[in-house]
Design a protein around this ligand. Structure first.
Ligand SMILES: Nc1ncnc2c1ncn2[C@@H]1O[C@H](COP(=O)(O)OP(=O)(O)OP(=O)(O)O)[C@@H](O)[C@H]1O
Ligand SMILES: [Mg+2]
Length: 286
């Protein structure tokens, strides 16, 4: 499996807020690191969800903002276990999110030369290029409803992991997220492949959970990552403690589910990226 050492950049998404993107990014990253992979999380969120979840103070480091504005080189500011005051595992690295990302668009416009007509939403791509070869996976944790970082992440990614939890208009949100992926494929990143759909916070006693599982089993078929993750208090508890459940509850059944999910994630990567079969959802549905 030497080809797995090739870097894959995976956008974690759904433009809706509070659908489990950050939870999935952090726990799946931990599970993959435990499997021996090297993973970088790029936190593109002004609320710095992944950064805080990993117990890192967003104000303490330069990160995504400075790298996207070209003021810093990514490898110079990436946070690792070697930096002080964190409990990151050896092969989990982080490019921190911060409040400053709010000013990203304005700052990029100010810096752009009038002779440079590169679209602003291509800003993540060169960063990923510089990091290729250093990681097995680069996870792009995207913010809710912030068009520039979301589109920039999708345009730079090789793959896309769709995330949902059974709350509110989950099904409609998934349809909109798929539409976003389609648009990005059409306008600038035709290579973008759907890796899978990960569902969290499932409570099978609720109607919404049943409806969502029924819908995704039918519409997403092989793309549904298995198992789905049950709703559990260990997730918000770990988040409050700014730790992964791999640290707080390493032997809990939910933690094992993430390990299984990481296995299925890599089976899908193998099949959709390195296998011989086609890989778009449309192709699958004929
Ligand atoms: N399996 C689960 N069990 C219980 N709660 C969960 C589970 N998965 C996610 N949650 C909760 O759902 C909420 C939203 O999760 P998360 O922050 O990961 O979403 P998000 O999509 O990153 O949000 P945002 O768009 O604001 O960045 C959090 O409070 C989290 O604790
Ligand atoms: Mg988040």
């Amino acid at each position: 499996m030497n080809h797995i050492l090739q870097t894959l950049a995976i956008g974690i998404g759904n433009q809706k807020g509070g659908v489990g993107k950050t939870t999935m990014t952090v726990q799946l990253a931990y599970a993959l690191v435990e499997k021996g992979r090297k993973v970088l999380i790029i936190d593109l969120d002004v609320n710095a969800g992944s950064t805080k979840h990993l117990g890192i103070d967003p104000r303490a480091y330069l990160g995504t903002f400075e790298v996207l504005t070209g003021d810093e080189e990514p490898l110079a500011v990436i946070v690792t276990h070697e930096d002080e005051g964190n409990t990151l595992p050896k092969n989990l690295h982080l490019l921190t999110g911060s409040r400053k990302l709010e000013e990203l668009e304005e700052r990029l416009r100010m810096k752009q030369s009038k002779f440079d007509d590169t679209p602003l939403h291509d800003v993540v791509k060169p960063v990923i290029q510089k990091l290729r070869g250093h990681y097995d996976y680069i996870f792009l944790d995207t913010p809710p409803s912030a068009p520039l970082p979301i589109v920039a992440a999708y345009k730079a990614a090789d793959g896309f992991l769709l995330v949902a939890i059974p709350e509110g208009l989950a099904i409609q949100g998934l349809q909109e997220a798929l539409h976003d992926v389609e648009e990005v494929r059409r306008y600038g990143n035709p290579q973008l492949k759907l890796v899978g759909l990960a569902i969290g916070a499932v409570d099978v006693r609720t109607r919404l959970s049943k409806e969502l599982i029924h819908y995704v089993s039918k519409e997403f078929k092989d793309y549904l990552l298995k198992p789905t993750i049950q709703r559990s208090t260990i997730i918000p508890t770990a988040q409050t403690q700014q730790k992964s459940i791999f640290e707080t509850h390493p032997d809990h059944p939910i933690t094992h589910c993430f390990r299984e999910m990481a296995q299925d994630f890599e089976t899908k990567i193998e099949r959709f990226f390195w296998g011989t079969r086609g890989s778009t959802l449309e192709a699958e549905n004929g």
